[in-house]
Design a protein around this ligand. Structure first.
Ligand SMILES: [Zn+2]
Length: 109
């Protein structure tokens, strides 16, 4: 078996990895996992397949940086157009906002 390039202690074992991007399940893909540090490695070919599937499901490249601005006494988060389109968000629509394990969750209806 191949040696792990990350920790150089473990060996790489073939596994099937469940790929999930932004909560959307894309299927299982072959990968190699280190028996020592747990790092997983995916081949370029497989990465391309995952990217293609993510694009089909319209979840590719949805994550991005945004700025927190001030509006009155509150703070505002700008939602990028791509995310708004994907979630079909509309101006004036109500949403529920709450923290979850140091993440900010905004739930649209
Ligand atoms: Zn390792």
């Amino acid at each position: 078996m191949e040696k792990c390039p990350m920790c150089e202690k473990g060996k790489l074992k073939r596994i099937l990895n469940k790929e999930i991007i932004h909560g959307v399940y894309l299927g299982t893909y072959p990968a190699k996992k280190c028996t020592y540090c747990g790092e997983t490695f995916t081949s370029g070919d497989t990465m391309e397949k995952i990217e293609k599937k993510a694009k089909e499901k319209r979840v590719w490249g949805l994550g991005r940086k945004t700025k927190i601005t001030k509006t009155g006494n509150s703070l505002a988060v700008r939602i990028p157009k791509e995310i708004a389109d994907y979630l079909k968000l509309k101006v004036g629509e109500e949403a529920y906002i709450h923290p979850e394990d140091h993440k900010l969750v905004i739930e649209s209806k």
